[in-house]
Design a binder for this molecule. Structure first.
Ligand code: ZN
Length: 883
């Protein structure tokens, strides 16, 4: 038995859930912040939980990397034989029905590089407690089903830390001693520890206010480093729009007197919904036209909305345990998606989200890390903040909406809050509220929570001219996933329509129905296979299936290329128009990949060129939709479509298609570029302008791939004259792999060296470089002064982008990419296990690689696994990959 076997981290199981042995009546915290050692004093008022099965259970408080100074029970120092301390807990024996514990610990936030618990960033203090960071601050019942009221007193040097923030309302402040001041906060709402937050530092504040529909005035405050104050206006507008939307659409009002957002540049994730004091990655707060792209602006608006919406879906009603994470995340992502759809373009938003789902979540579902929306086990909960929990979870909530309709969905939501406000609940509670409010049985539907994997829905159609019927035989299967060899049928809503030969919608009536019932129908597939017969169909229709992407499934229907081109031109569902183009391009690419593997000559099918030309020249169409039609699927997405991954063949095929389309549509791209070139002079964040910039820049990308001097000059001119980052970045991206790229990159770095968020873009572009020496470039860039391995954004921009998105670069035949990743994972694991673990996921596709690469990847994984001191985070990814 090696060392790892003896101490291998053990999984936590959903079925082992037990209610807490003790509950908290209140907690009072005092922080004495200091440069070398911070003292945290906590006063816990506890009582036994009558629902706990053991009446004299020990009190086990979670705690990690804490130095215990003292424990007082009911005001008296406790003798050390009444408690045990180990690496992960403080256990107190022999307590009565209730107790008051006063615990003092010391911590060293300045040494905390994991960015969990209390840590420092650019000289200021911040916290991140979700999921289990609070235990790195003080001993506590660090689980979401223990909710209580918090008061927090912060004491710190007045000049270094003029701003002292925590959750709730500021109730007092004063001078503590000569140089130190204090502020006291009271949060009137019960909350679990993961929603605790503290911020201390030199920060500037943008102030505004929002008056709720019942007339309460809420102070809005965004705190950033002083030089960033001018970049907060878009975030502030986004807050106000979110507050208004949640009132209008969900009837939900904000509940505290102030709502604070703080931006920090060192942050593991996007942002955190701490009660009344959201803490954000600067990436999702700071934006001005010269430094942020349209995508960044949308990201800020969406993440602000997401965290704001959590105040109800997450905070007022929270999760019983971390297996229920999607209860709050899936629901809140669905809410922010709908918000963005209402603020921008619904069709474009839906397509963007489906692309993410397909590229990232379908890949996860097909990987060794596949897990259900409600997992039943985990080794490290931080590994489960995944696209499955978030994005697939949002699709599950969207399906309730699709099945119940907007009104029925809202009834379900209202009942959910009526029943559970102030509680920590489960996904079953959510399903029950949805079902009970509508008399709808969600029993089978709940398999979406328990079964992993992406279902495949196969449709076979048959037109019967004599009987005027159109029959759809629909069947479903779901591939095995770890621990789940067989699946039961899902309850799948399938929205569809039928088009006649002229492209018009056919009113639909199913056999047995008394009347026509609209042109888009939602069929409910609940069996392994089912037949649906439409009557009164006089000629062969073209089916438009899975409208709006009504379920997170893979659709298998044998459209001809003519039919796909027809749908691209005529479908009334914009999602399906794009989807038809995507299907057509995917099929062509799969053929090209096969041809590239067989070293055959590649050629471009005429149907594709014609369909794409028609789309490009359709001046009535939304330019954003056209831009998306011309955005080729990612290499990684293509890798997930083939049985065996040959990264070079995928790259060759995709690059061939890009250049071939550029050649075939050269004049159309040129014309379209010119049409939109001057169309958005002064930068405005508005859907119409975003759409124009998007299509213009797609055209620029194709044109520069022709390597003609005139088009390269076009890109250079755009690069030099751009007044916004969208255009500047697009031009730089177009140039980067050309001989002219080096100068452009140098100019860009020179201009933006002091703006870390802009420099992230510079790193990302180079991490995606398609030339053979990409890995050497990445290595060299690690030495650049703007790169810091301790900053997650930098690691994501350079290392994670290279390892997880530069398919042929990372999966080099010689295995150098794998060795590099392994080396970086080990370095990072010592600093920040969450970030290391994200990088480790780059191996998730290894089993599908062609044999040479598969062997190389396996060697790298086995070397990693041999390290006995891996974090639980990395251990879980590596061991599941090797299982
Ligand atoms: Zn969230």
């Amino acid at each position: 038995m090696n060392k790892r076997d003896s101490i291998a981290p053990q999984p936590i199981l959903l079925r082992d859930y037990v209610v807490p042995a003790f509950l908290l009546d209140r907690v009072d915290l005092t922080f004495e912040l200091d440069e070398t050692s911070t003292r945290v004093s906590s006063r816990l008022v506890l009582h036994r939980n009558p629902d706990h099965p053991v009446s004299d259970a020990d009190l086990v408080l979670d705690g990690h990397e804490l130095m215990l100074e003292s424990v007082l029970l009911d005001g008296e120092p406790m003798s050390t034989d009444r408690y045990d301390v180990d690496d992960e807990s403080l256990t107190i024996k022999g307590l009565g029905e209730s107790a008051i514990l006063e615990i003092t610990t010391r911590i060293e936030p300045q040494k905390n590089t994991s960015l969990m618990g209390l840590y420092k960033s650019n000289g200021n203090f911040f916290t991140q407690c979700e999921a289990e960071g609070f235990r790195k601050i003080t001993y506590y019942l660090d689980r979401p089903d223990v909710m209580t009221r918090f008061t927090t007193t912060i004491i710190a040097d007045r000049s270094k830390y003029p701003v002292l923030l925590s959750n709730g309302n500021r109730v007092g402040e004063g001078q503590y001693d000569r140089n130190r001041h204090w502020v006291k906060w009271v949060d009137p709402f019960k909350k679990p520890s993961y929603l605790f937050a503290l911020v201390a530092g030199k920060l500037s504040c943008l102030q505004d206010s929002f008056t709720t529909r019942s007339g309460r005035k809420v102070a809005l405050e965004i705190y950033v480093e002083p030089q960033d104050l001018e970049k907060c206006h878009h975030a502030m507008e986004s807050v106000k729009r979110s507050m208004k939307w949640d009132e209008d659409v969900y009837g939900l009002e904000y509940d505290l007197d102030s709502y604070m957002i703080v931006a920090v540049s060192d942050f593991n994730m996007g942002a955190m919904e701490n009660k009344g004091l959201n803490i954000f990655n600067t990436k999702y707060v700071l934006a001005r036209p010269e430094t942020a792209t349209d995508a960044d602006y949308m990201g800020v608006e969406a993440v602000i909305a997401h965290e704001y919406f959590h105040n109800w879906t997450g905070n007022r009603v929270t999760c019983r345990d971390w297996f229920q994470l999607s209860l709050k995340e899936g629901l809140t992502v669905f809410r922010d998606q709908e918000f963005t759809a209402d603020m921008t373009s619904r069709a474009v938003k839906r397509i963007d989200d489906v692309r993410t789902l397909r590229t990232a979540q379908f890949a996860e579902d097909a990987s060794p890390m596949a897990h259900p929306v409600r997992p039943d086990s985990y080794i490290e909960i931080n590994n489960f903040y995944t696209v499955t929990i978030y994005e697939k979870g949002a699709e599950v909530v969207r399906m309730y909406h699709t099945l119940l309709g907007a009104e029925g969905y809202r009834k379900g939501i209202d009942l959910y809050f009526k029943r559970h406000d102030g509680q920590a609940v489960t996904c079953d509670d959510f399903a029950a509220a949805m079902g009970d409010a509508n008399g709808f049985d969600f029993t089978q539907f709940k398999r979406w929570y328990s079964q992993a994997g992406t279902p495949v829905v196969k449709v076979v159609s048959q037109f019967d001219a004599a009987n005027q019927t159109y029959t759809l035989d629909i069947s479903q299967t779901c591939p095995p996933t770890p621990g789940q060899p067989e699946k039961l049928p899902f309850h799948i809503p399938i929205a569809l329509g039928l088009l006649d030969a002229a492209g018009a919608e056919i009113p639909l009536q199913l056999a047995g129905e008394a009347s026509l019932q609209g042109t888009t129908r939602v069929l409910q597939l609940t069996e392994a296979s089912q037949r649906f017969v439409f009557t009164g169909i006089s000629a062969q229709p073209t089916p438009s299936l899975l409208r709006g992407f009504s379920a997170p499934v893979k659709l298998d229907y044998p459209w001809t290329r003519q039919e796909l081109a027809f749908l691209m031109a005529h479908d009334s569902d914009s999602f399906c128009r794009w989807e038809a183009s995507h299907t057509l391009i995917r099929e062509v690419l799969l053929e090209l990949i096969a041809a590239a593997r067989a070293s055959e000559t590649l050629s471009l099918p005429g149907e594709l060129v014609d369909a794409m030309r028609r789309a490009l020249l359709d001046e009535a169409a939304d330019p954003a939709l056209i831009a998306l039609m011309f955005t080729l699927p990612a290499e990684t997405y293509l890798a997930d479509q083939v049985d065996e991954i040959h990264p070079d063949a995928i790259r060759t095929a995709r690059e061939y298609l890009r250049v071939a389309l550029a050649k075939a549509l050269r004049s159309e791209f040129k014309h379209t570029y010119a049409r939109f070139c001057g169309a958005t002079q002064a930068y405005r964040y508005a859907a119409v302008d975003i759409a124009k910039r998007a299509l213009k820049n797609v055209c620029l990308g194709y044109l520069t791939s022709l390597d003609e001097p005139a088009f390269i000059e076009l890109a250079q001119t755009q690069f030099q004259q751009a007044n916004n980052m969208t255009d500047s970045q697009a031009a730089l991206a177009a140039l980067v792999e050309l001989p002219q790229g080096a100068t452009a990159l140098a100019d860009f770095a020179n201009r933006w060296q002091d703006d870390p968020l802009v420099m992230n873009k510079w790193f990302t572009l180079q991490a995606m470089d398609k030339r053979a020496d990409a890995l050497d470039r990445v290595r060299a860039l690690q030495q650049h002064p703007a790169f810091q391995i301790t900053n997650p954004n930098k690691v994501y921009a350079l290392l994670a982008t290279f390892c997880s998105s530069n398919l042929a670069g990372f999966h080099r035949a010689d295995g150098a990419g794998y060795a590099f990743a392994a080396e970086q994972i080990l370095v990072l694991d010592k600093l920040n296990p969450q970030v290391a673990s994200r990088l480790a996921r780059s191996f998730n596709r290894w089993k599908k690689l062609e044999p040479t690469r598969r062997a190389q990847a396996k060697t790298a994984l086995e070397k990693l696994a041999a390290h006995a001191d891996l974090s639980r985070d990395v251990f879980e990814i590596i061991s599941k990959n090797l299982a």
